[in-house]
Ligand binder design. Structure first.
Ligand code: IVH
Length: 708
């Protein structure tokens, strides 16, 4: 018997139900009814109970879903979520060796597309004609540019998640879909909805725009090739056999269509969009019922203006007949329904001549095909070079030298060649031949999946140069005057093979480089000497260890305090650092276990490098005080956070009894309520400034208000 007097089984199902209810309030209604602390307590109780009685664990327990539990409620950045992942890694299924192919109970159809408003009008007229004057209406909704999936719930439980495949059968990717934080594993109907026997829902898995930019930045930092666009990133993630890797990506889902259903009471698309949220299933935040063609066209315009604010990419609007029974009357053509049509917005793209395709060597040896083009203006800037991503992409597009190509700038990604103007071909175009040898060092290239790679890691001049530039860049060791040209010559003359060689350079040979007068040579050497004292975090980033970016470098430095401590830390110790995931921890351990790298690090130390480490504050006007920030302040929150840390204070994510002050700007809702509950004083900016100056924050004393 537990403390509550109930047997463990009852207690377990109570806790599961209660936590699922709070998840619904939090995720679906965006109106949590308890604080994060209270939620945490429930969650920890459930974990404890399951540790004591592992036989009680059910697949729908919130502990079995990645993303439930306190960390998923963090409103912070993706890296925070990623870092906390390791705490959950035992609750995810094992890696698969292949995906099973599964038939779809109802086929997954595609849509007829058009770029022309006239064709949309023709579509609505055709529908009216085929319906012989029966009253009907339309719904316009976003065309989400993600990866189509079908989810099957039986008796309220998620039993299958599959990709579209050929429309008749797809891959069973249930394990991967389970990692999507917003997706309920068990339907918990609210507002009078009843649990259907079978409910299949179709929708798109997408990579949220914000998470995408951050992931690509990390990939580039870690020397990995960036994903071309969020859609590819989502598709690539779903194809991972190891759900643990998938769970590290912030995938999300939005649902819009029905599949097979038993016991579902719904007759229109409008009702459907009202029903899904009552099961906790996410739908597009925007859709418009339309009585006639004019309303449809107006809705398409309205969506075009709004769609850039959505967390997913949209490439069009889908116009659907609202009434389901009438859809059945219209039927299908060979692969698309007659009751729906997609209108595609034209992306901002430019057409220009492709002069050549070059192959660029990255610092880890990855070879990227690059389009060298006639300059062209697209989405606000002039573009001369664009990526062709990888060999697959190049081959798929069938690009030839001399072609006219279309270029787009997708989001925050570098410009990309998206297609070829085949009509403009003259016959004089030349095929692009993938190199067999590294364009920099002539070593034979290996093909790894869709990438070509130069494995002459230590000696390939271009790789060495990229590593040198990485080491010297401002966010790493910040060596002034070490630009592309100087780096190239230093390598060519055999003076530098690794960044550590910079510290052994003498004046004479540097002066002998082209365009290097004595003054500039001295400046370069001064810049190199100055880099001997840099924060440890920057050095860790500068080393170019796979997966270790600038932020992680700082986190590691702050945690371990010295290079030696980090080098000697066990895998578990490294993993235990908040924000550092298992993949990065392993990469660090592998790096430090390699005797060559240890010898290299010794050379850095012998060269006189002495790293500075941020001191933990032991004084300051806010010493020992914990702050939580909320609402909109007059400067970014991070700016206030930095000032608080500089004054000796700490920042916490949520308000608890341990919080000393809540610094609240405009519109801080839940945290202000929590502060009231825990009797935590709430500071406005003026009060905060007084506190930093070491004065009494509240004037006159004792009149502070607790905001509700
Ligand atoms: S309805 C029978 N609605 O677009 C109709 N599809 O080009 C089936 N898509 O395969 C699809 N957003 O993957 C529908 N709001 C939306 C959509 C949507 C994106 C995708 C879907 C489909 C493809 C067709």
């Amino acid at each position: 018997m537990s403390e509550s007097g109930k047997n463990p089984e009852e207690r377990h199902s109570e806790l599961v139900a209660e936590i699922n209810r709070h998840n619904h309030a939090y995720y679906v209604d965006a109106a949590p009814t308890i604080s994060d602390q209270e939620y945490d307590l429930l969650y920890r109780n459930l974990l404890k109970l399951e540790q004591q009685h592992p036989d009680l664990i059910t697949s729908d327990s919130p502990t079995q879903v990645v993303g439930e539990g306190s960390w998923s409620r963090m409103q912070g950045s993706w890296s925070q979520i990623q870092g906390s992942w390791e705490q959950l890694n035992t609750r995810i299924g094992p890696a698969l060796t292949y995906f099973a192919s599964v038939p779809h109970a109802a086929p997954m159809l595609s849509l007829d597309n058009t770029y022309s408003k006239e064709e949309v009008e023709e579509f609505t007229k055709r529908v009216a004609k085929l319906l012989l004057g029966k009253p009907h209406s339309f719904v316009v909704e976003p065309k989400v540019d993600g990866v189509a999936v079908s989810l099957r719930y039986e008796g309220g439980r998620l039993v299958l998640g599959a990709t579209r495949g050929d429309g008749k059968q797809g891959d069973d990717v249930t394990q991967n879909l389970r990692t999507i934080r917003r997706l309920p594993l068990t339907l918990a109907p609210v507002d009078g909805a009843s649990l259907p026997e079978v409910l299949e829902v179709r929708g798109e898995v997408y990579f949220p725009s914000a998470g995408f930019a951050e992931m690509n930045r990390k990939r580039v930092e870690a020397g990995e090739a960036p994903f071309a666009n969020p859609r590819n990133a989502a598709a690539g993630s779903l194809k991972q056999l190891d759900p643990k890797l998938v769970a590290q990506r912030p995938l999300a889902i939005v649902l819009y269509g029905p599949g097979e259903m038993k016991g579902v009471d719904c007759a229109t698309q409008e009702e459907w969009f009202a029903l899904l949220p009552r099961f906790g299933l996410p739908t597009p935040s925007w859709h418009r019922p339309c009585a006639d063609t004019a309303a449809v066209l107006a809705a398409i315009e309205e969506l075009d203006a709004l769609r850039k604010t959505f967390p997913y990419e949209t490439d069009g609007a889908v116009v659907k007949l609202n009434e389901w029974p009438l859809r059945a009357q219209l039927g299908l053509t060979s692969k698309a329904p007659r009751w729906a049509m997609a209108y595609k917005y034209s992306a901002e793209r430019a057409r220009t001549k492709l002069n050549d395709v070059t192959f660029q060597v990255g610092r880890t040896g990855t070879i990227t095909p690059v389009a060298e083009m006639e300059p062209v203006f697209v989405s606000g800037s002039t573009v001369r070079r664009a990526t062709l991503h990888n060999l697959d992409d190049l081959e798929r597009k069938g690009v030839r030298k001399g072609d006219f190509v279309y270029v787009e700038k997708a989001g925050e990604v570098i410009p990309a060649v998206v297609g070829v103007d085949l009509e403009a071909r003259t016959g004089a175009e030349e095929p692009v031949v993938a190199p067999a040898l590294c364009p920099s060092c002539q070593a034979p290239l290996t093909r790894e999946g869709i990438f070509l790679r130069c494995t002459n890691t230590a000696r390939c001049p271009e790789q060495v140069k990229q590593r040198l530039l990485h080491y010297a860049q401002r966010s790493a060791m910040d060596i002034e005057n070490l630009g592309d040209a100087a780096a190239e010559q230093l390598i060519q003359k055999g003076l530098v093979r690794d960044p550590v060689d910079l510290y052994g350079l003498a004046l004479e040979p540097v002066m002998a480089l082209d365009r290097m007068a004595e003054k500039s040579a001295r400046n370069l050497l001064d810049g190199i000497a100055a880099s001997k004292e840099r924060p440890l975090g920057k050095f860790l980033f500068a080393l170019g260890i796979i997966h270790v970016g600038a932020t992680s470098g700082n986190d590691l430095a702050a945690h371990f305090g010295s290079l030696e401590a980090l080098m000697n830390a066990s895998l578990e110790e490294i993993e235990s650092v908040p924000q550092i995931g298992g993949v990065m921890a392993k990469s660090l351990r592998d790096y430090f276990d390699n005797p060559e790298n240890r010898a290299l690090l010794q050379r850095y130390l012998d060269a006189g490098l002495r790293f500075t480490v941020p001191q933990k504050a032991t004084e300051g006007p806010l010493f020992g005080k914990t702050f939580v920030l909320t609402g909109t302040l007059s400067a970014p929150r991070e700016a206030f956070a930095e000032r608080i840390r500089a004054a000796g204070g700490k920042i916490a994510g949520s308000v608890s009894k341990k919080t000393d002050y809540l610094l609240a700007g405009e519109g801080g809702g839940q945290k202000a309520k929590d502060a009231k509950k825990h009797e935590v004083p709430v500071l406005d900016e003026a009060a905060f400034e007084r506190l930093v100056r070491g004065e009494e924050p509240f004037l006159p004393a004792g009149t502070f208000q607790l905001e509700g």
